[in-house]
Ligand binder design. Structure first.
Ligand code: GTP
Ligand code: MG
Length: 179
């Protein structure tokens, strides 16, 4: 009886899971956030500060913070870190020149005390662009297989069509409470 009650309680009173969406400017973070929310492409302009929305997936509530990625804003990403359960790192798969900067930012985040327990979902976005890097190429460049202290997953996607976004969310729901 107690177990049934506990299950019902967690079903109806699911707590909110904090997510930060990070990545360089122009990667597609805001486009992804509003695809999650409305299933449509919104017109975006560079984010100054952040956008925050609640996204509900199969009764799981995520509070998603989409943070501006311009260089001058990156030093304040850490003000969003406390209590973060998931990092969504969005990569512009056509932007080969700046993948090294993304790599630096990724490892800086993973070393931060406040993100010790966070799981990482990497979206290899803009897969519709001709000549873009594949998720496997990005994974290799970012040496994801060396990450042992955080659960991680890389998912190719296209924020304009929504392709791949659901798979990313499914991975997140399956990793709730893993750490
Ligand atoms: N071709 C293509 N364009 C995309 C895709 N996702 C986003 N874009 C475009 O990329 C541009 C930047 O998208 P945003 O979502 O504003 O990027 P952002 O990461 O939020 O950028 P900042 O707020 O400056 O950090 C926009 O013109 C989007 O329409 C995609 O999958 N494919
Ligand atoms: Mg934005």
């Amino acid at each position: 009886m107690g177990l049934i009650f506990a299950k019902l309680w967690s079903f109806f009173c699911d707590q909110e899971h904090k997510v930060i969406i990070v990545g360089l400017d122009n990667a597609g973070k805001t486009t992804i956030l509003y695809q999650f929310l409305m299933n449509e492409v919104v017109h975006t302009s560079p984010t100054i500060g952040s956008n925050v929305e609640e996204i509900v997936v199969k009764n799981t509530h995520f509070l998603m913070w989409d943070i501006g990625g311009q260089e001058s804003l990156r030093s304040s990403w850490n003000t969003y870190y406390s209590n973060t359960e998931f990092i969504i790192l969005v990569v512009d798969s056509i932007d080969r020149e700046r993948l090294s900067i993304t790599k630096e930012e990724l490892y800086r985040m993973l070393a931060h005390e406040d993100l010790r327990k966070a799981a990482v979902l990497i979206f290899a976005n803009k897969q519709d662009m001709k000549g873009c890097m594949t998720a496997a190429e990005i994974s290799k460049y970012l040496t994801l297989s060396s990450i042992k202290d955080h659960p991680w997953h890389i998912q190719s996607c296209c924020a304009l069509t929504g392709e791949g976004l659901c798979q990313g969310l499914e991975w997140m729901t399956s990793h709730i409470g893993v750490r």
